[in-house]
Design a protein around this ligand. Structure first.
Ligand code: F6R
Length: 243
């Protein structure tokens, strides 16, 4: 797995946005795999800028998001669907019919995971998958475990993930305890994978991902088995690589 180290989040965003532009230049009907959270925010801003300033065109693109909290409707302000609408979809003009999301309010989560997986199989594979990484090495919401899941599934979030994500919720608002997520096989079936990590809190996970044992203890370490995966890091996230 290749990695590059940058000085600022903005430089990372420019590099990540370049990968999107390359994919779109090759195929205007590119299938994108997308992440939420703080890691992709600057990339989404940069993409929105390129739409306004450079005429980048997302009208043919299909998107599949990695995950969604169980129990939250897509219109809930803490849902990942809402995050995507606010930070990307409405800014770059992705057509609603081309947006694919796991439904956190589905009546039957197993059926919902199968529906999403089948939809991805019929439209995909994902050409370009954007990822963040959890402090514990999760990707999507594939939390560290002895046995990882290949396909989409319902996951109980790790206590450290709930704690880390509390920062996005108002005081008194509870972080959902479970989520639906793409599985490891789903993620690894993307043609190209770009992972973004910034800040010291990610340094340990990044060192394990790139240099540690490939194991369920750091799900992101399996990205090293992918033929076209790159990590875009700032110096703080890359800190433990220099030792
Ligand atoms: C979000 C996702 C998660 C995050 C990870 C890092 O859709 O799948 O794996 O990428 O928890 O989150 P941030 O970027 O907020 O540090």
């Amino acid at each position: 797995m290749e990695y590059k180290i940058f000085k600022t989040k903005e430089e990372i965003a420019i590099c990540a946005a370049d990968f999107f532009c390359d994919a779109l230049a090759k195929n205007p009907k590119t299938v994108l795999g997308l992440a939420t959270g703080s890691s992709p925010i600057h990339t989404y801003k940069e993409l929105a800028r390129r739409v306004t300033d450079d005429g980048l065109d997302f009208s043919g693109v299909s998107t599949f998001n990695l995950d969604e909290y169980c129990g939250l409707d897509g219109s809930h302000h803490q849902s990942y669907r809402y995050f995507m609408e606010e930070n990307l979809f409405k800014k770059v003009g992705i057509l609603p019919e081309n947006v694919h999301f796991l439904d956190g309010k589905a009546k039957n989560f197993d059926v919902e995971c199968t529906r999403f997986e089948n939809e991805l199989r019929s439209i995909g594979p994902v050409d370009l998958q954007l990822l963040g990484i959890g402090r514990n090495g999760h990707i999507g919401f594939n939390e560290p475990a002895e046995k990882l899941h290949s396909a989409c599934f319902r996951v109980e979030l790790a206590p450290e993930t709930i704690k880390a994500n509390q920062r996005f919720f108002a005081p008194g608002e509870e972080v959902p305890r479970s989520a639906l997520t793409m599985g490891m096989g789903t993620i690894l079936s993307a043609k190209k994978i770009v992972l973004i990590a910034t800040g010291e809190s990610k340094a340990q996970a990044i060192a394990h991902m790139l240099k540690g044992e490939i194991s369920g203890q750091c799900p992101a370490s399996f990205l090293r088995t992918h033929r076209d995966a790159i990590a875009l890091l700032d110096e703080a996230a890359a800190r433990n690589l220099m030792q």
